[in-house]
Design a binder for this molecule. Structure first.
Ligand code: ADP
Ligand code: MG
Length: 304
């Protein structure tokens, strides 16, 4: 296991930011920590990166304990903090050399800086001051500094927040590339990001984990509310569909398109088909709607 978080609680004053959280992440996984603002994402990432001690529980990164072996943990972890704090007055190359110095890379420094500049696509920007870079390029610098000591585990706290759509895609591609060789835990509140980049999603809400599943499974997690979308040839009395046993709700999407909500995991397609035949309604198409990660996320985290 690259990361093991066991029964971790973190309290700020009287507020519990993490409440008995347990998570294990295997080597090579790209995992999203998804949650609304204030859920505890940054707190968990700071604890894993040794920037903040937990109050209770045990955290290990590549086998090293974050409290008793923090120097070893820092060697195997690269961390991009939220809002990517950088020295805007430093030149890109100068900054990366400075970070290489902090990691005591010694004679390897120059080669690593060069490699990072290439890997993160900073060739044309490395002679510029960080303050002169666009947000997307600043993120690249942030990722480069997190990777410079070649850590096995990368912790990225909202790496794509505030980027424009083109930058977003570029940074996602970069993360996916890096993920071929590293274990990555990234936080986000952008659902499409999870679907685009991550193997697995951990949803956190108010300091508690409310879901932890492979991305494709999460889309099916809420099968109790399966939805069938049916396109008919023309409009009809859709209310009648509610008389089919098992149908909980019927919504009109267009005059001739309805969404039928099942109250259980029961497959209602055959019953809907027979009902339509009986009423001489011609069906043009009928299929299950994919529950997107976004829908599941809203169901699991929405304030009640
Ligand atoms: P997220 O990154 O998911 O938005 P955080 O981990 O930053 O959530 O915060 C979790 C909770 O802990 C929030 O309610 C936040 O207000 C609180 N919190 C975070 N940092 C501090 C701090 N330094 N002092 C007091 N409360 C904090
Ligand atoms: Mg945060």
């Amino acid at each position: 296991m690259s990361i093991i978080v066991k029964e971790v609680t973190k309290v700020y004053g009287s507020q519990k930011a993490l409440d008995n959280v347990s998570v294990s992440i295997s080597k090579g996984e790209i995992v999203a920590l998804l949650g609304p603002n204030g859920a505890g994402k940054s707190t968990m990432m700071k604890i894993i990166s040794c920037y903040l001690p937990q109050n209770e529980g045990d955290v290990r990164v590549c086998g090293h304990n974050v409290i008793t072996d923090s120097l070893k943990v820092r060697k195997v972890v690269g961390y991009l903090p939220e809002n990517n704090p950088l020295y805007l007055d430093m030149y890109v190359r100068e900054y990366l050399e400075f970070i290489a110095g902090i990691h005591k890379l010694g004679r390897q420094s120059a080669a690593r800086v060069k490699e990072m500049i290439l890997q993160t696509g900073l060739e044309r920007e490395h002679h510029k001051k960080i303050g002169a870079l666009s947000k997307g390029y600043r993120q690249r610098v942030g990722i480069a500094q997190a990777l410079i000591h070649d850590p096995e585990v990368l912790i990225l706290d909202e790496p794509t927040s505030g980027l424009d759509p083109n930058q977003l895609i570029e940074i996602r591609n970069l993360i996916r590339d890096i993920g071929r060789e590293k274990t990555i835990l990234l936080s986000t509140h952008i659902m499409q990001e999870v679907e685009a980049v991550c193997d697995r999603v951990i949803i956190i809400n108010r300091g508690k984990i409310v879901a932890d599943a492979p991305t494709h499974e999460l889309q099916l997690l809420n099968q109790a509310n399966r939805v069938i979308r049916v396109e008919f040839q023309k409009a009809a009395q859709w209310e009648l569909l509610k008389t089919i046993p098992g149908v909980m709700e019927v919504q009109n999407e267009k005059a001739n398109i309805v969404r039928i909500f099942a109250g259980s995991t029961q497959d209602l397609r055959a019953a809907v088909f027979e009902f339509a035949v009986k009423n001489q309604w011609v069906i043009l198409s009928m299929m299950y709607e994919d529950q997107s990660v976004e829908q599941v996320f809203r169901q699991l985290t929405i304030e009640s």
